[in-house]
Ligand binder design. Structure first.
Ligand SMILES: Cc1ncc(COP(=O)(O)O)c(C=O)c1O
Length: 397
């Protein structure tokens, strides 16, 4: 194939540590092999630690969307009411999936690029009897918004509904306390802040949510993504369900091992430091960040494309001349927004400086006259002045 290597600074997949790739070369094992089962059990424990939960955990086959679909198709029967907090592109994907399942979907649409106001949920949920579930996204990758979950969870519990959360972008880069927050089902993806290739979705499910699946009147529409069947393989029963993607499990296990050896707090601070430096540099290029301070994700930075700059031309030049990939805007933000991802292994000082330097060159090429090193100097000054400095070096791996 002989493909040229890229520096991935978009919304995922992110860069992968060579040790994670190496772990995939363990050789092949049967999905019920006792040695492999030990790896699986250990991975389930590591997933618990990072989610902050004692709930049942597993890594289901498929990307983040599989985790999303598994939750919606397992937890909702046709006609059951689900209230969905909608404030970006991936929230709309959840709505689409829930509609296909035949649930009675009640979307509450709020502004993109701002946190979802909890009072809207309180107002809506009070109007309905027997709401089965409320859904929210912890980090909306399309807008860069970090959503506070505590209030949404409290309102949901007050109305005796299940609370389902998307942590595709946040897991491994932002603290998530599943048990303290009261989350019944949460899913993520292997390829962002966790630092493995795409293909697995780490999830955690509460006993209440599992019981509700076992008490269903109708079978879940998806057999493959039925969380109760999957839990019977990952739990003590170890009942065959599907042929587990063994090599991907090895990769994910190694990625979690590296994550935990770095330490969660260190990892969060590293993401914070590098996002801060990136933003300091972008400001010198007149590039404005979309999310307001206080609700901004550190792992993805969506920005408005400055007037007079062509979206495709800049991204193509970055890819062709600098081998750097950044993300484009999605949905309503298409053509207006870039999304710069510094997630997991992609969150490094070296990469921040490389991107800013490339953008300086490209802006000059298109006649924007940026004095050389303006943006990189601002980023370096940020690193030097910030009390996060010690965590802003290359990852501690
Ligand atoms: C918040 C969020 N949810 C869900 C998804 C879908 O995940 P995947 O592309 O891994 O299926 C993404 C992908 O970027 C995402 O950012």
């Amino acid at each position: 194939m002989n493909l040229k290597e890229k520096l991935l600074l978009g919304p995922g997949p992110s860069m992968v540590d060579p040790r994670v790739i190496e772990a995939m070369q363990q050789g092949m094992f049967g999905y019920l092999d006792p040695d492999f089962m030990n790896v699986l059990d250990d991975l389930a424990d590591k997933i618990k630690t990072v989610y902050g939960t004692s709930n049942v955990t597993m890594a289901i086959p498929g990307t983040g969307s599989a985790g999303m679909e598994a939750g919606l198709s397992s937890l909702l029967e046709p006609g059951e009411k689900v209230i969905m907090c909608v404030y970006g592109f991936f929230c709309e994907r959840m709505v689409d999936m829930a509609e296909r399942i035949g649930a009675s979907v009640i979307p509450i649409r709020a502004d993109w690029g701002k946190p979802f106001p909890a009072e809207l949920l309180e107002k809506e949920i009070s109007k309905h009897e027997k709401v089965k579930m409320v859904t929210a996204i912890h980090g909306e990758t399309s807008t860069g918004i970090k959503q506070d979950l505590k209030q949404l969870s409290q309102i949901t519990k007050n109305h005796e509904a299940l609370f389902m959360v998307d942590a595709v972008t946040t897991l491994g880069g932002t603290n998530i306390e599943v048990d303290k927050t009261g989350i019944d089902y949460i899913y993520s993806a292997s390829q962002k802040c966790i630092g493995a290739p795409p293909g697995l979705s780490p999830v955690a499910i509460s006993d209440a949510a599992l019981d509700s699946i076992r008490a269903r009147k109708t079978k879940p529409s998806s057999w493959y993504l039925d969380l109760s069947l999957l839990a019977d393989y990952w739990g003590e029963k170890k009942i065959y369900h599907h042929t587990t993607p063994v090599s991907m499990i090895f990769a994910l296990h190694k990625a979690y091992e590296l994550l935990l050896s770095e330490g969660l707090e260190n990892r969060f601070r590293r993401h914070e430091a590098n996002a801060g430096a990136l933003i300091a540099g972008l400001a010198k290029l007149q590039i404005e960040v979309i999310p307001p301070d206080g609700s901004r994700l550190n792992q993805i930075t969506p920005v408005w494309i400055p007037e007079g700059i062509n979206d495709d031309a800049v991204r193509s030049k970055l890819a062709a001349d600098y081998s750097i990939e950044i993300g484009k805007g999605l949905g309503d933000f298409s053509g207006k927004v870039w999304r710069i991802g510094l997630m997991g292994e992609s969150s490094k000082r070296e990469y921040v400086l490389k991107l800013l330097s490339a953008l300086e060159d490209i802006f000059n090429y298109y006649g924007f006259e940026i004095a050389s090193e303006t943006a990189t100097r601002a980023a370096n000054e940020y690193y030097e002045s910030s009390d996060l400095k010690s965590s802003a070096t290359d990852s501690q791996f």
